[in-house]
Design a protein around this ligand. Structure first.
Ligand SMILES: Nc1ncnc2c1ncn2[C@@H]1O[C@H](COP(=O)(O)OP(=O)(O)OP(=O)(O)O)[C@@H](O)[C@H]1O
Ligand SMILES: [Mg+2]
Length: 299
């Protein structure tokens, strides 16, 4: 990991984000997956990252997780500009990512899964007792409902498996936890469990980035919502004073709701100019949507 110290490595305060992305651009050959993305995450908050299929959410997660380093843009962690060149560098910084597939070993028990690759040893043998105690302690802190830490992960429910994957991500004491669609495959009760867990992560002071397609989940636990559309930022909202419709409009780029209409009416001049422009300037249209949606944002 290469670190360029720009500012003094000041401890993160409430005023400065623990993780800050600026101008992140990522291309896959001819595909422009991300263009000029900004994202801030503060400690002790849940930021929902939402957007339609192909909006660039997973790509942005992979940039932060060190899987696909960005082509352009800067990442600041804890006040320092950092280069995240690999998953190990991301973890070492203090960013834990729980990918959608969870990457659990079904045939191993909960303890083995939690400590996989980081086993504790005493005098050359596995410290099973120590690992089991630590497992229970971690799950207790998360108020996780796991019947036994000695049963194979295969026999756990979807919500319990998600809990184990999240618990595992916490072992390195990360500052930021990224959860990619943690409730996608879960039923109602299990979803509620995982949302409780997300709140507990926030209470423990982690900055949480929650990727979700489910607006009910987002509205239940997120403090802020960052919307991506076609690989660009398309609005940022404080959840407390934002309606479901506002978020959906930003996700879809719709202009047929009250908020965007109100914003659009203020942009009449620009919109008319766009309409008059030749067809080959269609690329300018998303910019108008950007402005329309930021008009409704609440920073
Ligand atoms: N490895 C890759 N190679 C080529 N193109 C890619 C790659 N990964 C992502 N893309 C493209 O980048 C764009 C953003 O994809 P991404 O998976 O980040 O979207 P997403 O918001 O996570 O969508 P979904 O909600 O469907 O998961 C898409 O056009 C996708 O096809
Ligand atoms: Mg995705």
């Amino acid at each position: 990991m290469t670190q360029t110290t720009e500012a003094p490595a000041a401890a993160t305060t409430k005023q400065s984000p623990v993780l800050s992305l600026r101008g992140i651009t990522k291309r896959f050959g001819a595909v422009q997956a991300l263009t000029d993305i900004d994202l801030d995450v503060y400690e002790g908050e849940v930021v929902a990252l939402v957007g339609d299929n192909g909006a660039g959410k997973s790509t942005l997660v992979k940039v932060m997780a060190g899987v696909h380093p960005q082509d352009e843009g800067t990442i600041t962690f804890d006040g320092r500009t950092v280069h995240i060149g690999s998953p190990a560098e991301s973890r070492d910084l203090g960013i834990a990512t729980v990918f959608q597939d969870l990457a659990l070993c079904d045939n191993l028990d909960v303890v083995a899964n939690l400590f996989l690759g980081h086993e504790k040893t005493t005098g050359g043998t596995l410290d099973e007792v120590g690992m089991e105690k630590e497992s229970w302690e971690l799950l207790r802190q998360l108020s996780a409902k796991i019947p036994s830490v000695r049963i194979a992960v295969a026999s756990l429910s979807g919500g319990q498996r998600q809990t184990v994957a999240i618990a595992r991500s916490l072992l390195g004491d990360p500052k930021v936890v990224i959860l990619d669609e943690p409730t996608a495959a879960l039923g109602v009760a299990q979803t509620a469990e995982v949302l409780n867990l997300v709140e507990r992560l926030r209470d423990r002071g982690h900055g949480v980035i929650l990727i979700s397609h489910n607006m009910a989940d987002v509205q239940a636990v997120a403090d802020r919502v960052v919307v991506l559309r076609l690989g660009r930022n398309n609005g940022e909202f404080t959840i407390a004073d934002t309606s479901y419709e506002d978020i959906i409009a930003a996700i879809t780029g719709a202009t047929d709701n009250a908020v965007t209409k109100r914003a659009a009416s203020k942009l009449t001049v620009q919109v008319e100019a766009l309409e008059d422009a030749p067809a080959d300037s269609a690329a300018a249209a998303p910019a108008a949507q950007d402005e329309a949606s930021t008009e409704g944002e609440n920073r």
